[in-house]
Design a protein around this ligand. Structure first.
Ligand code: ZN
Length: 579
């Protein structure tokens, strides 16, 4: 089930039902220690008895939780896999098992058990102890991302081969997918945010720690509330940045993939990739953190030649076995195919998860079908230049030099090696460097050109080059679109932009909405919880629109259950009466 699709409800509802039927406790296995506090807090807000056991508790606090668990006072207990498999914890589970008070094991983020998934955690492998030691206790495994291979591996590793499988649609219709050619990625990013996401919460993914720091600084200098997040930061700083992201509005988190698993802030309005992920699962999961509240959100990525080269090199240089590398190359190729696609992105994305669909109308290619040009001739010039250089000089050269020769630029290096005398010199003078770069990127993506990382990223022909050289394979490229101009009257993004509502409100309702948001922020602070745990934006907007005067007026608004009505109705009525 996709992120934001209600995955947690799939075990929370059975947990409550089974507890009420006298079956005892549900144990939720989750790798996300840093987020357990908020998950449990959200359950408390909804009136459910829940607790967590992890290393953030003192031994006295942990003891209290254990006692409550053994007394049967807890409906849902969250713990990390390494905690579950300790002798101490297993002894406690033994007691619950003997008194038939183990209702359910819910294994969240279950793709972590598979090394084919993108977030392998070895400690998940030990979870087979659960069914061996506690036969008959129901188990369920949940994930928001798994291709067919990972899915199969999950079933086998967790020995759930006989279990029923429920696969819901992976589609996230409210997310708009856009992939653009990388030019000056910082400027492109700033324009993207200014144009459509000013003052909104978002995540920007970069590959390296250094780049994360640099981009966060650039955004901060432009007036955005940007924070860095990567494994190289002190753990206290990291936790603090995550807390601010969850609790404050309008934070842009610039992060490596170390950030985000289990982040369930519902109103992340955009996820931007400044570097390409390793595969479609990674891309899908990272972009899936946008728009969990089902309101419009954007997944935006810039992608260029260097991304292809880097990702290929990382696979080639990894210490893994050849089989594994081959698999990773295949997964990377699928993502390259998505990036180079000139047809609907969503159709491609869903097809990767074995789901058939039709053009979505909400991706860049659907909204603005790209003009396509035939790059076959340029591709043949590039390939034959690579061949001729190798013939003449006995060594290979990098992309820049090859393009110089094709475009007929008499650079120092060209003259030094006498490459101006090659028969292809200047043949492609009519092509721009950007066009040739695009052609080269496609050639690399279709493995008609190899990049030798061991030899200064020089370009080599491959067995696949021949078909292109002979004109048997064509190379189709999207026309580079000129960049939309930056907004003229503004240099930087304002810090405190106006309150944005998820639905259109008249001015009175907007006043009520602002007042409700301010009130919610106070309550969230007092409870030490993220604001969305109290009420979602969409719920506040619905209240603001209705302008309730009595308790009855609040009925039927989505997101206000009995417990919340009890806890907050009077205050909400007071707040909306104010303006
Ligand atoms: Zn589409």
């Amino acid at each position: 089930m996709p992120t934001g699709g209600g995955k947690s409800l799939c075990y929370q509802v059975p947990a409550i039902a089974r507890q009420q039927a006298g079956h005892g406790i549900t144990v939720v296995i989750s790798p996300l220690i840093a987020l357990m506090h908020d998950q449990v807090g959200a359950l408390h807000e909804a009136g459910v008895s829940a607790a967590f056991l992890n290393s953030s508790l003192s031994s006295e606090e942990a003891y209290q939780v254990e006692q409550r668990m053994l007394r049967g006072d807890i409906t849902l207990l969250y713990a990390a896999p390494e905690r579950i498999t300790t002798p101490r914890f297993l002894a406690q589970l033994d007691r619950l098992f003997q008194s038939q008070q183990l209702a359910l094991f819910a294994i969240d983020e279950a793709h972590c058990v598979s090394q084919w998934g993108h977030d392998f955690r070895p400690e998940y492998r030990a979870l087979t102890v659960l069914h061996e030691r506690y036969p008959g206790v129901p188990r369920m495994a949940l994930t928001a991302t798994a291709d067919a291979l990972t899915r199969e591996d999950m079933l086998e590793r967790l020995q759930l081969q006989d279990a029923r499988a429920f696969v819901s649609s992976f589609d996230r219709p409210n997310i708009r997918y856009t992939i653009v050619e990388k030019r000056d990625s910082n400027t492109q990013l700033l324009r993207f945010i200014e144009r459509s996401h000013e003052g909104e919460t978002g995540i920007v993914y970069c590959q390296s720690r250094r780049k994360v720091d640099a981009v966060a600084q650039t955004l901060a200098e432009a007036g955005l509330k940007a924070l860095p997040y990567h494994a190289g930061l002190d753990s206290k700083v990291r936790q603090q940045h995550q807390d601010r992201f969850l609790r404050e509005d309008g934070i842009v988190m610039v992060a490596t993939v170390a950030f985000g698993m289990g982040i369930d802030r519902p109103d992340v309005r955009f996820v931007a990739h400044l570097d390409m992920p390793k595969n479609i699962e990674g891309y899908y999961q990272e972009t899936g953190r946008a728009g969990r509240d089902s309101l419009p959100a954007e997944a935006w990525m810039v992608y260029g030649l260097q991304d292809v080269v880097n990702q290929r090199r990382m696979i080639d240089e990894s210490p893994a076995g050849e089989d594994f590398k081959q698999l990773m190359r295949g997964k990377l190729d699928a993502l390259l195919g998505l990036a180079e696609a000139t047809d609907c992105r969503r159709v491609r994305l869903l097809a990767y998860f074995d789901e058939a669909s039709s053009p979505c109308g909400n991706c860049d290619n659907c909204l603005q079908p790209p003009a396509v040009w035939d790059g076959t001739e340029a591709a043949r010039m590039l390939l034959s230049t690579i061949y001729r250089i190798q013939q003449k000089s006995g060594v290979s050269f990098g992309a820049g030099h090859v393009m110089d020769v094709v475009r007929g630029k008499s650079s120092e290096k060209v003259l030094q090696y006498g490459h101006e005398s090659l028969s292809t010199f200047g043949l492609g003078a009519a092509f721009s460097e950007i066009q040739l770069r695009g052609v080269l990127r496609q050639l690399i993506a279709m493995t008609a050109v190899a990049v030798d990382a061991q030899a200064f990223n020089t370009l080599q022909l491959t067995p696949q080059s021949r078909a292109v050289l002979r004109g048997e394979r064509s190379v189709q490229l999207r026309e580079s679109v000129s960049q939309p101009a930056a907004r003229k009257d503004k240099r930087s993004v304002r810090l405190n932009s106006v309150v944005k509502s998820p639905i259109t409100l008249d001015s009175n309702a907007l006043l009520r909405y602002s007042a409700l948001k301010a009130w919610r922020a106070e309550v969230a602070r007092a409870h030490n919880l993220p604001a969305y745990v109290i009420f979602h934006d969409a719920t506040l907007a619905a209240i603001a629109q209705r302008g309730p005067k009595t308790l009855e007026d609040l009925e039927g608004i989505s997101g206000i259950g009995a417990k919340k009505l009890d806890a907050y109705a009077q205050e909400v009525l007071r707040v909306v009466a104010l303006p």
